[in-house]
Design a protein around this ligand. Structure first.
Ligand code: SF4
Length: 519
């Protein structure tokens, strides 16, 4: 008689490779959980835990399974590309790198982005890390560079490519390796903080270890305020004017344009977190013993409160704070009283400055119903949230695209200010709209200049309603829904085709169910 061999479950392999889900072939479409699981198993748990603490998701906002705006790594890439004497190298899938380099050149990078390609073999064997190290050694020329930044995108992060094992410095060129995966850093705004924070940390440790290079521009003899956040170029100058009566000067803007500016930024008397999502950078400033002030000098109330907070953080006497307020607030009131915004508005964006713009809109007279930001609530925007909510504005932090669209649907604004998909949807519904990033956040917002900058563009856009109505009346339903696209003939509806497809799908579903019940 034949012997039947009992089937025993195979014993678990003790090696790491057996329990590590491979990240090869994963990407945006693989889903956040699969990527996170792979990254944790590959040794990136600590980095992901730090990101989860720094860039928390909103519990009610639903999972950001994929970034809903551009690839987050663009934020880090942009910070590196805007600095002098910094080389930036990407490690990631070719399609991601194509999109990122395209976007960076679209925004005027005017310099090369380095790339270390990989394939399945170099990824799983660890050769990719060797290739990255070789390219870093090739590039590390102190005559050209102060630092080289290497950014791990999603797949190398999920595979655990250990950038932390790169040398800290080669030939005097600093080496900074960061992981910026879409499944760990929710927005490109926060990715700016990942690199800015890593650089501040490096610079702080250098400054603590010994003398460092002086900034290119002579340092002010007054106490300085470092500004956190990319802002309109005229804004730091406007802020400098506002704080001059308090005997203070504007110091460095972070992200900086040069390595040695990092030391000057750290060497400030206080930090103004104009953009409130720079959590890792703020941690470095706090480690250097610098007080941090949230919100910004926008509108009358915002400027009043912010000047008071900056004065308190730097120990300025009350009469000087009052002098600074007197010098600025009357001028802002004057500008705001001359022109007003009349109209119902919804506002959404992913830059992190949404609440500041919202405050300004309200002070300009707008009937603002909703502000959504893809960035999180932090202690540095708490004051702005409270101010807006006290005026009946619905504030949604970590807003999803769906929430932004629902707000447009709910409030039927006369102007929708938002991200590309929000603007597209609003225009489809015949609602005038403005793209936040290019048309709103690229304007002065602070002090007197800010008070005068929004009214005209907003009123002009609201005034376009009639043109929308005329276009709608002219085009009717042409090009809507199924009829969108390029047709060589007038599109004809074929409901019978759809009915047939639906019938086949229902039949297939019934068959599957019957098979399940029979098995
Ligand atoms: S690196 Fe960016 S584009 Fe590439 S998979 Fe990740 S989130 Fe998507």
């Amino acid at each position: 008689m034949d012997r039947i061999i009992p089937i025993q479950p195979a014993p678990a392999e003790p090696s790491a490779t057996a329990i590590t889900p491979s990240a090869d072939g994963l990407g945006c479409g693989a889903g956040k959980d699969a990527m996170q699981q792979a990254a944790m198993a590959a040794g990136k748990g600590e980095v992901l835990a730090q990101y989860a603490a720094d860039y928390p998701l909103h519990p009610d906002a639903g999972p950001h399974d994929q970034p809903q705006s551009m690839c987050p790594a663009f934020g880090s890439l942009r910070v590196g590309l805007r600095m002098r004497r910094i080389a930036t190298i990407l490690s990631g899938s070719a399609c991601c790198v194509y999109g990122l380099t395209f976007t960076s050149h679209f925004y005027g990078a005017r310099r090369s982005v380095g790339y270390v390609p990989f394939n399945s073999e170099s990824l799983v064997t660890g050769k990719l890390f060797e290739d990255i190290r070789d390219s870093v050694y090739d590039q590390a020329d102190p005559a050209q560079y102060d630092a080289i930044v290497i950014i791990n995108l999603c797949v190398p992060t999920a595979s655990g490519v250990p950038l932390q094992l790169l040398p800290k410095e080669i030939n005097g060129v600093r080496i900074i390796g960061i992981d910026v995966p879409g499944f760990g850093v929710p927005t490109h705004a926060e990715a700016k903080d990942v690199l800015a924070g890593a650089m501040l940390r490096y610079a702080r440790e250098e400054a603590q270890a010994g003398p460092v290079a002086a900034p290119r521009q002579a340092r002010s003899d007054k106490p300085t305020i470092s500004l956190l956040g990319e802002m309109f170029p005229a804004d730091p100058a406007g802020i400098a004017q506002m704080i001059a009566p308090m005997g203070l000067a504007v110091g460095t803007v972070v992200p900086t344009r040069e390595w040695r500016e990092l030391y000057a930024a750290l060497d400030c008397d206080a930090v103004a977190a104009i953009h409130p999502f720079y959590t890792a950078s703020i941690r470095e400033f706090q480690a250097a013993g610098r007080p941090v002030v949230g919100s910004a000098p926008v509108g009358v109330d915002g400027t009043h409160d912010w000047l008071g907070a900056i004065g308190a953080a730097t120990g300025v006497a009350q009469d000087k704070i009052d002098a600074a307020r007197n010098a600025t607030l009357a001028a802002i009131r004057g500008v705001l009283s001359q022109q007003k915004i009349n109209g119902r508005i919804t506002l959404s964006g992913y830059e992190g400055s949404e609440l500041l713009v919202a405050r300004l809109l309200v002070e300009c007279g707008a009937d603002l119903r909703y502000v959504g930001s893809a960035c999180p609530a932090t202690p540095w925007n708490a004051h702005d949230r409270e101010w807006l909510q006290a005026r009946g504005v619905q504030v949604q932090m970590r807003a999803t695209l769906e929430q932004d669209l629902a707000a447009v649907h709910e409030y039927r604004p006369q102007l929708a200010i938002g991200t590309t998909p929000v603007v597209q949807k609003a225009k489809e519904q015949c609602i005038p709209s403005l793209y936040f990033t290019n048309l709103i956040s690229a304007r002065p917002l602070m002090g007197v200049a800010g008070a005068g900058s929004l009214v005209q563009v907003v009123q002009a856009a609201i005034g376009n309603q009639q043109r929308f109505d005329e276009m709608k009346a002219f085009f009717g339903e042409t090009g809507q829904g199924d009829q969108a696209g390029v047709w060589s003939a007038v599109p004809q509806p074929h409901p019978e085709f759809k009915a047939e497809v639906r019938r086949q799908l229902e039949k297939q579903a019934r068959r599957r169910k019957a098979e399940e019940m029979g098995s």
